[in-house]
Ligand binder design. Structure first.
Ligand SMILES: CC(C)(COP(=O)(O)OP(=O)(O)OC[C@H]1O[C@@H](n2cnc3c(N)ncnc32)[C@H](O)[C@@H]1OP(=O)(O)O)[C@@H](O)C(=O)NCCC(=O)NCCS
Length: 186
């Protein structure tokens, strides 16, 4: 993807965060329906490219309760995932973070961590958030490890909250405040 055709919004070391490009909707749909990735992302219904296009385009409209970015891998020259804020609350200055590395062969390459950290910095430094939450199911070892790795702390356990892969499992809510983030990242 040539630099001039790419809408870089946030620049990282190995990745860039780009606004949703409707031309990539089939790639997003592949990730959203992927048997393994969708299990952890809790997509229990099939998603058509049209559904996804509508949802991601709606995210761009005010009042922006959600903000989504494609994760573009510079060296591979392709998008590899999606990082989002959901339920942005402009009164409480809070939001919920989610990350998806859609290309599974790239899991455990630190890309999720890099994308999440760029998003958190954006949330605190530009959106004036004061608290960011993220939830992960207990069996989702990758997400739990990733969230703790960059300083999110487990704040709440919702016992047997979610029906996942044939059984009820705990949902873990991780949090980070702006003060905590600044102590370790500034
Ligand atoms: C969760 C997810 C985003 C992690 O992305 P990733 O790029 O693979 O994560 P990272 O490489 O940055 O890994 C961060 C840490 O978690 C560990 N980790 C990653 N996947 C793991 C797994 N399946 N089991 C155990 N540890 C794992 C890594 O080893 C690393 O820890 P380390 O530095 O101590 O070795 C990715 O697995 C994914 O997209 N999953 C599907 C969607 C999802 O579950 N999203 C979470 C919602 S917040």
């Amino acid at each position: 993807m040539e630099k001039k055709t790419r809408l870089t919004f946030i620049e990282g070391e190995r990745i860039e965060l780009l606004p949703f490009n409707p031309e990539n909707v089939n790639i997003h749909a592949r990730w959203a329906n992927d048997p393994k990735a969708r299990l952890y992302a809790r997509n229990v219904f099939p998603v058509s490219p049209e559904d996804l296009k509508k949802r991601l385009e709606q995210n761009q409209e005010p009042p922006k309760r959600d903000i989504s970015f494609e994760i573009y891998h510079k060296e591979l020259d392709k998008i590899v995932g999606l990082v989002e804020f959901h339920y942005i609350n402009y009164i409480n200055h809070a939001a919920d973070l989610s990350v998806l590395i859609g290309e599974k062969e790239l899991w455990r390459n630190n890309l999720g961590t890099e994308a999440a950290k760029l998003m958190i910095k954006y949330g605190f430094d530009e959106l004036n958030l004061v608290k960011i939450t993220a939830s992960a199911l207990r069996p989702n070892k990758g997400a739990c490890r990733m969230l703790e790795k960059f300083g999110m702390k487990l704040e709440l356990v919702l016992k047997n909250q979610t029906y996942f892969d044939g059984e009820y499992v705990d949902e873990l809510i991780f949090c980070i405040s702006r003060d905590e983030w600044e102590q370790t990242n500034k």
